[in-house]
Structures are given as structure tokens and as C-alpha cells.
Design a protein around this ligand. Structure first.
Ligand SMILES: [Fe+2]
Ligand SMILES: [Fe+2]
Length: 367
């Protein structure tokens, strides 16, 4: 029995050490999985439960998942409280306890943990505030998208597709999710572009084109002002999603790998979505034609290696999903803004008569 207990303890301790190690190495999901496994294996053996919960608090905290860290911490405090009560009952009536000299080991630990709980609560509150700001920005981005595309789902589809490509490139789950959320905001700067420029089917004059191009800078500035760490990636994507691999894009004219990789990814997803859904100045294309157009721009507009991966990805996704659009816009349908957008869509459909020129999007795409 002793060896059984000892081997169980060894397994829990080993899972804790491995879990924390994985988190430090950067494999967050594997690390947390191991720590949760340690918590399960600990069962009700008090010291093991405390060790595994303590490791979970550290793990979640390290990953910035403060709400989950707080949940584990509160479970740990409940566990320590229970242990203290049990210890008190055991010592009830004993001389040490009666003279008041008894001191539970858990007491100072609880004081420290209460302090940590207060810090985590503050972080959770800060995070909630950041999320509500992100939601507000997402609403703004949807509103900007709605002016050009009646579904208002462009950002969501681009986000999903960009995240699929990031995943295909081997980026971790957290990064893929960050790309998804950040890419939704890529055209937020179009809020600052007058509607007559955004919706015209006529060729833009130089000054108008310049103003249109400014949506990258407006967007990045708007996101920078929010001062939310989670939005740094969104800021980067908003600024660079119209840069070209050959350096002829805007706003900075960066070339090759000087363009941040997440922006190179979003550029492909953005072009594909814009071509297949059309714009006020262009009819939608079918997917094969859109893919051909993207292939033509391999090495000029788009990163050649990413272009190949993207085309293979679209081919695979089309096989896996009978309705690719529906798959890509799943987040849009789940979004709490859906009702509001449907109402706006209905309103726009009643008020706007789209002016389709039938012109094909050329080098000057405005998505
Ligand atoms: Fe776009
Ligand atoms: Fe754009």
C-alpha cells in the first residue's frame, strides 16, 4: 500500500513539474492539461490537492489567464480552510490547543493567499474592462464593414480564415485565437473614410485614393489609443495588411519578411474574402477564379510560401465544408451583435440600391 501511495504521489508531483515546465517552454495548452491531470490524480489527498491547485494558480497566472487562476486560488483557499478546521478538531482538548499556543500552518498561508486573491481580483476586473473595450471596437469594425458589405461579416470571415492559415503554419492555439480576434478589426480605420469614397463604383481620384489608403493608419492609431496589450497584434495587422511582398503596397512600402507575418497572413484572407463577396465597385467572383487571381499575385502582392499554403488550405477547407462561407462566419452568427447587425442590414437593404459596375477588382483593391 505504501508503494502504491508513493507511486501516486510521484505521478502527481511529476505531472506538476512537467506541467509548469511545458508552460515555461511555451506550450501552454499541454502545460495546463498536465496540471489539470495532476489535480485529478490528487483526488482528495490533502497535500497533493494543495500542491496541484497551487501549481494551477501559478500556471494560469503565468499565462495571463487571471480568471482561471482566481478560480483555482479560491478552491485552494477552501481546501486550506477545510484542512485548518480538521486540524483544529483533532487538537481540540489538547493542552497545546487549550493554552492558545497552537498555530495552524495554514494560517500564514491563508493570509498570503488572501493578498494574492485581492491582486488577482484586480487583474480580472482590469481584464473585463479590456474585453468590454475590445467588444466596443469589434462593434465599430462591424459598423465599418457594414458600409461596404451588407452582412457585416467580412471581418469575422477574414479572422477565421487567417486563424486557419496560422494554425496550418504551426502557430499555437493562443496565437491562432489572437490572430482571429485581431484580424476582425483589420478594416476598423474605414470608419474615418467618407462613404462617397468607400461606396463609389467610379475610379478614385488621387486624393481620394490617398484618403482610402489612410484607413490602415487611422485603424492602427485608433487601436493604439485603446492601450490594451491584447490589441497590439490588431494594431500591427490594421497597419500592414495592405503591404505587398514586392514593396509596392501601403502605407509604409515594406517588402518581404519585413512585413509582419500576421499581416501577410491576413492580406491573403482579406483578398480572398473581398473577391468572393464583391464590393460596391465589383461583382463577387467564384472561389476558383479568386484562387487563380491570388496565384497570379504570388511573389508580387503576396508572400510566395504563404500563398502556396493558403491555396492548399482553401482546397482542403472546401472539401471539408460544403458551405465554406457558413463555416467561416460561425463566430459572426454567435456574436451578440448579430441581432443588431441584422437590423442594420435590413435597414441598409431598404435604403441603399447597390450600384454594381461589373468592373473587376484590379491592382487597386480597396478591401
Ligand atoms: Fe478587408
Ligand atoms: Fe483594408
Amino acid at each position: 500500500l505504501a508503494s502504491l501511495v508513493s507511486s501516486e504521489k510521484t505521478a502527481v508531483v511529476s505531472a506538476i513539474v512537467q506541467g509548469l515546465l511545458e508552460i515555461h517552454r511555451g506550450d501552454a495548452s499541454r502545460g495546463i492539461e498536465l496540471l489539470r491531470e495532476a489535480r485529478r490524480q490528487a483526488g482528495s489527498a490533502n497535500s497533493l490537492v494543495q500542491d496541484s491547485l497551487s501549481a494551477l494558480v501559478s500556471g494560469y497566472d503565468l499565462l495571463g489567464q487571471h480568471s482561471a487562476a482566481l478560480d483555482s486560488l479560491q478552491e485552494l483557499m477552501r481546501c486550506l480552510n477545510k484542512a485548518r478546521q480538521e486540524a483544529a478538531l483533532l487538537h481540540l482538548g489538547s493542552k497545546i490547543y487549550a493554552t492558545g499556543k497552537h498555530s495552524s500552518k495554514a494560517v500564514p498561508e491563508l493570509t498570503v493567499l488572501k493578498h494574492r486573491e485581492a491582486l488577482l481580483r484586480a487583474k480580472v476586473a482590469e481584464e473585463r474592462l479590456a474585453w468590454s473595450q475590445i467588444e466596443m471596437l469589434e462593434r465599430l469594425a462591424v459598423t465599418a464593414d457594414l458600409r461596404e458589405e451588407v452582412s457585416g461579416e467580412h471581418g469575422y470571415r477574414v479572422g477565421r480564415l487567417a486563424a486557419e492559415l496560422a494554425d496550418d503554419l504551426g502557430m499555437d492555439a493562443d496565437t491562432c485565437l489572437a490572430v482571429d480576434l485581431a484580424a476582425r478589426l483589420h478594416d476598423i480605420g474605414k470608419m474615418a473614410v467618407p462613404e462617397r469614397i468607400l461606396l463609389t463604383s467610379e475610379e478614385l481620384k488621387n486624393a481620394e485614393r490617398e484618403l482610402m489608403r489612410q484607413h490602415t493608419i487611422f485603424g492602427a492609431e485608433l487601436l493604439a489609443k485603446s492601450n490594451i496589450e491584447k490589441l497590439r497584434l490588431a494594431e500591427e495587422i490594421a497597419l500592414y495588411h495592405h503591404e505587398w511582398w514586392d514593396g509596392s503596397g501601403y502605407p509604409k512600402g515594406l517588402a518581404g519578411k519585413r512585413i509582419p507575418v500576421h499581416a501577410r497572413i491576413v492580406a491573403l484572407a482579406d483578398m480572398f474574402d473581398a473577391l468572393t463577396h464583391g464590393r460596391p465597385y465589383a461583382e463577387p467572383w467564384d472561389m476558383d477564379r479568386a484562387i487563380e487571381e491570388i496565384r497570379k499575385r504570388r511573389g508580387t502582392q503576396f508572400d510566395p510560401e504563404l500563398t502556396d499554403r493558403f491555396i492548399a488550405l482553401i482546397t482542403r477547407l472546401r472539401k471539408e465544408h460544403a458551405n465554406l462561407d457558413e463555416y467561416l462566419s460561425a463566430a459572426a452568427r454567435k456574436s451578440p451583435f448579430l441581432q443588431a447587425r441584422r437590423k442594420i442590414k435590413k435597414m441598409l437593404e431598404q435604403e441603399r440600391v447597390p450600384e454594381r459596375s461589373g468592373a473587376l477588382p484590379g491592382n487597386e483593391t480597396r478591401h
